[in-house]
Write a new protein. Sequence first.
Length: 216
Amino acid sequence: MSEGEGTARRGRLTRDRIVAAAARIVGREGSAALSMRKVADELGSAPMSIYRHVRDKDELLVLVLDRIVAELPRPDLPDAPRERLLALLTWEHDELAKRPWIAGVLAGGDLMAPAIVWLLEEIYAAWRACGLTLAQAASANRIVWGFLLSDLLRRADAPPGRPPYQDAVPATADPAVHPNLAALAGYWTAPGRRDHFAADLSSLVDALIATPPAGV
């Protein structure tokens, strides 16, 4: 079989097919597993042929992120500024939580999907509608993003089948030595203790609106 016949059977290699294959890989195995060779194997192609369409792994990850974001249905938003802001931030968190591998990519602080700019614009507009200046809104959003990302990474890394040591260790504190920790034993072991995201986000947003941070 000639090379041309093999290519015809596999299908013509395009950037769209490459991005789709990369999305399947990271969905199954996470971003760390993504490589040009693995994408080529997924498509039945040669690794060097991938580079004719995509510069490197970072560009490929950005293309995957951009496709995912562009395909998401945008949320229905309330008119009241505070509720609108909370709805936007909650939507962002919930969509990322459905795709745990993305949190690890974003934690690097480098890659971003161009398709996400609408969300950033809406969020900054909501902060301003809550009374913050644009500079304060940038600082407030940086603080909230740190909170969101921390929660997402914690969820992605949660150990299966046992409580996290961060809960188990303080829960067994000796009241004679660590009375405050011991008094909180029920708090550390309460069912759903780690599912307070919505209430914590609301408290953080309220605090930032009441006392805006210094602008960047």
